[in-house]
Design a protein around this ligand. Structure first.
Ligand SMILES: Nc1ncnc2c1ncn2[C@@H]1O[C@H](COP(=O)(O)OP(=O)(O)OP(=O)(O)O)[C@@H](O)[C@H]1O
Length: 196
């Protein structure tokens, strides 16, 4: 049995990853599961932000985020891998916002078919979308920009300022159906992590 294809959508917040994922899920030719990091953190955002609506904590803990963050990421990684092992195609909707995270993904996916897609958008348009959405901090995408778009290898690039989500999804599907290789991820190397 073949491993499931991992379509890895890399782009800043508001670049359009979820919108493309929804279009890919809508079509029935190639079935996909959508694995969004936002869904994995959904229940825990208040803890991470230190907001406790009901009962106030009686002790201070500095690294609440860290205590929860790493285990949640591990569950996310394990789910991507498990789905692919089960022969299910997955849409990985996340942000690679630091080098350690990138190294984790490289280690996790090096022996799985990984289609690395750059979901690109200009800084001006990202800010415009943040203002329209109202549910993302203004400037978040710009603060992530240089790190997230620092990779020089992709199998495919989609520009969400020029193409609608449906057109981006079509481009991704055409690539998959063309039976071209998924080689970008394998060409990337682990990054040096500086310990300060
Ligand atoms: N191709 C596109 N053209 C125009 N607007 C778009 C396009 N793709 C997404 N948008 C708009 O941009 C906003 C963010 O889209 P979306 O939620 O898909 O981004 P995202 O990358 O998943 O963001 P996040 O990582 O913050 O969850 C939405 O308001 C959406 O309607």
């Amino acid at each position: 049995m073949k491993q499931g294809l991992i379509v890895f959508l890399n782009g800043t917040s508001s670049s359009g990853k979820t919108s493309i994922s929804m279009e890919l899920k809508k079509q029935k030719e190639i079935p996909f599961h959508h694995l969004s990091i936002d869904d994995f953190f959904g229940n825990y955002n208040d803890f991470i932000d230190n907001k406790f609506p009901d009962i106030e904590p009686t002790r201070e803990v500095d690294n609440v985020g860290q205590i929860l963050f790493d285990p949640i990421m591990s569950v996310y990684y394990a789910t991507i891998k498990l789905f692919s092992e089960m022969g299910l195609n997955v849409l990985v909707d996340t942000v690679i916002d630091n080098d350690k995270r990138f190294n984790d993904y490289l280690e996790l996916l090096f022996d799985h078919p990984t289609f690395f897609v750059c979901v690109l958008c200009s800084k001006e348009e990202l800010t415009r979308r943040e203002q329209l959405r109202g549910d993302r901090e203004i400037g978040l995408a710009n603060s992530q920009y240089d790190t997230i778009y620092s990779f020089d290898e992709y199998d495919l690039e989609v520009n969400t300022e020029e193409l609608s989500p449906a057109e981006c999804a079509d481009k991704i599907l055409s690539y998959i159906k063309s039976d071209q290789d998924y080689s970008a991820f394998k060409k990337l190397s682990k990054r040096e992590i500086s310990i300060s």
